[in-house]
Design a protein around this ligand. Structure first.
Ligand code: AMP
Ligand code: MG
Length: 318
């Protein structure tokens, strides 16, 4: 039994209050958490991940009533979205109060806030009584973790404890929403889709600016060490890689003429929610299997498929 991993929520809370780093389960991915108001503790998140200081962190809170402790205003549509989707895999970016350390916001005037729905995360936030800054618990730009063991393998020597809450149910990072004159703008796609947002607010934009608002938005991210190719047509691509050892990630059917033990089928009945849950674990497995190349099949470009293609495109970018 590895003592670094366990399900002792009280221990995790004590360590966090004392300024230590603890990996925590959430419904999206595992987070690398620290006391959000302790600048030294937050600085250690950046060190452990080798994360550029320009990449702001999300603050996690126990309940939505606490949001106004950290933001100056909540526009009408933000309020509606918070009521509908929090707790859950939605992050809202709002004007920050001075109490939020600039290391958390990377010197921005805004702060990103999320209320996780995972019962262990909720219990931990309630028990500790502190806000937790927590980016994904992976080395910067590597694949995000959806199991405690992913954290153990990549950041095990950098954390005081890994709180195990099982596999993450959503499996990809939260949808991030900012507001421009009360119009919701999606900065990062997720399980909560543009249509889901629009159904609540009647209006939504997808951020299309060129400025890198956030490293989740930088071209190369979520990347395995093994080269990854994203394609609509695996069979055609395979012709080119005949001499190579290839691992395949797909979601509808196994590819003919390739042993199924070289393939990961992300879901059955093209249930894209399941595909999201399994995607990062599949990428971790493939990356540890010694293939020359991983070929992944592009999803239909709508709804959750759009969020999944976004992650795969960034994983494929060099
Ligand atoms: P991670 O938790 O690793 O996905 O990283 C947190 C992400 O939240 C960042 O990469 C940004 O995409 C986003 N974020 C955090 N704060 C802000 C902010 N003030 N404005 C825009 N995006 C933000
Ligand atoms: Mg991340």
């Amino acid at each position: 039994m590895n003592e670094l991993i366990g399900n002792d929520i009280e221990k995790a809370a004590e360590l966090l209050v004392a300024g230590q780093l603890v990996a925590i389960p959430t419904e999206t991915v595992y987070g690398l958490a620290a006391h959000a108001l302790n600048e030294e503790a937050v600085a250690n998140i950046f060190k452990a991940k080798n994360r550029p200081p320009t990449n702001p962190l999300i603050i996690h809170l126990a309940n939505k009533e606490q949001i106004s402790d950290y933001v100056t205003t909540i526009p009408g549509n933000a309020h509606k979205l918070i009521e509908r989707f929090c707790p859950g895999p939605l992050t809202v970016v709002l004007p920050a109060k001075d109490i939020v350390p600039s290391i958390v916001t990377a010197d921005r005037a805004t702060v990103a806030i999320r209320i996780p729905a995972h019962p262990v995360a909720h219990r931990l936030l309630t028990l500790s009584g502190i806000p937790l800054a927590a980016p994904s618990a992976n080395p910067s730009s590597y694949i995000s973790p959806t199991k405690a063991e992913h954290v153990l393998h990549t950041l095990g020597n950098k954390v005081s404890y890994i709180l195990d809450g099982g596999e993450c149910a959503a499996g990809i990072e939260s949808t991030i929403i900012g507001f421009e004159d009360d119009i919701p703008v999606i900065y990062r796609q997720g399980i909560i889709t543009a249509d889901d947002i629009k159904a609540v607010t009647g209006v939504v934009r997808v951020y299309s600016g060129t400025a890198t608002l956030a490293p989740g938005m930088s071209a190369a991210h979520y990347s395995p060490k093994t080269p990854l190719l994203l394609t609509d047509n695996i069979e055609t691509q395979l012709q080119q890689y005949k001499a190579k050892s290839v691992g395949i990630i797909t979601y509808d059917n196994y590819v003919a003429d390739i042993a199924t033990d070289r393939q990961i089928l992300l879901c059955t009945d093209t249930d894209l929610g399941s595909a999201a849950r399994n995607l990062y674990a599949a990428m971790h497995t493939m990356d540890n299997s010694g293939y020359d190349i991983i070929i992944a099949k592009k999803f239909p470009d709508a709804g959750i498929g759009r969020a999944l293609n976004d992650r795969l495109q960034r994983a494929a970018a060099k």
